[in-house]
Design a protein around this ligand. Structure first.
Ligand code: NDP
Length: 254
């Protein structure tokens, strides 16, 4: 059987690395994308060692830059049709300290670029290369899109950028459904053991996020990877156009 091809943006760290590992373990050839080639190379070595065979292809690209996305998409198209595209790259942009509108505008633009435009550009560049029928597109959003907030000092733009992904994904689901491609949004709650909160992470913040859940623990990158594994599987062909919460009960019923 032909090897399936998966693409994971932000696949060098945190949640994306766990998704890449899960999809590689399931037999996929997995392209991981990020800006730092050294980080991607380390992830490749770690995953290939864990899986026991070379399955990971690292490609360095800043996915906010159209020319870099185009170059990455051409390299991916040479590998073969894309069975699963996981738009996972993102970041929490911190609130500007000086309170000026210039700084605020800059933070919002960076947030929209990083959390929304990365997914829009990569998906658009790969649209003609998605497997038809059978392609699977997953967008990693956040519980912040459903209830506001994010890190301790995030600008409101993070929640807004993630929420914008939802409307965009619904349109894509309508557009691609007739081609046999599914599009879903996965909205995780707090997930520890990633780089996203950086120096803003504190034990108090961690404890407050756990207290928000019904199950009394933080999510893990593996929790997200398991859900993505199902959403990108051939078995998930009737599930499309949905926002799926994965948050330990921190957000109910949406
Ligand atoms: P990480 O910071 O560990 O991962 C983010 C990844 O995105 C990095 O590998 C980074 O690589 C990549 N990335 C960021 N900007 C760009 C860019 N311009 N071009 C290419 N790659 C980029 O954090 P997480 O694993 O926590 O986050 C993964 C996703 O999950 C994000 O979308 C995040 O918003 C979402 N999420 C996380 C939650 C959490 O609690 N951890 C909760 C809900 C959602 P590099 O810096 O090398 O470019």
């Amino acid at each position: 059987m032909q090897q399936r091809v998966a693409v994971v943006s932000g696949g060098g760290t945190g949640i994306g690395k766990a998704i890449a590992r899960e999809l590689a373990a399931a037999g996929n050839r997995v392209v991981i994308l990020g800006r730092r080639i050294d980080v991607l190379e380390r992830a490749r070595a770690e995953i290939d060692r864990a899986v026991g065979t070379p399955r990971v292809v690292p490609i360095a690209a800043d996915l906010t830059v159209p020319s870099q996305v185009n170059d990455a998409a051409h390299a991916i198209a040479d590998i073969g049709p894309v069975d699963a595209l996981v738009n996972n790259a993102g970041a929490v942009i911190t609130q500007p300290a000086d309170g000026s509108l210039d700084a605020l505008a800059n933070a919002w633009r960076r947030d929209l670029d990083t959390n929304l435009l990365t997914a829009v550009l990569l998906t658009t560049a790969l649209l003609d290369h998605l497997r038809r029928p059978g392609g699977r597109l997953v967008v990693i959003s956040s519980a912040a899109a459903q209830r506001g907030g994010a890190g301790p000092h995030s600008a409101g733009s993070y929640a807004a950028a993630k929420a914008a992904l939802h409307g965009w994904a619904f349109g894509l689901a309508r557009q691609l459904g007739p081609d046999g491609i599914t599009v879903n949004v996965l909205a995780p709650g707090y997930v520890s053991d990633t780089e996203i909160f950086g120096a803003d992470w504190t034990p108090e913040f961690h404890a407050s996020k756990i207290a928000d859940t019904l199950v009394g623990r933080a999510g893990t990158p593996e929790d997200v990877a398991t859900a993505v594994s199902y959403l990108t599987s051939p078995a998930a062909g009737y599930l499309t156009g949905q926002v799926i919460g994965l948050n330990g009960g921190a957000v109910l019923g949406r």
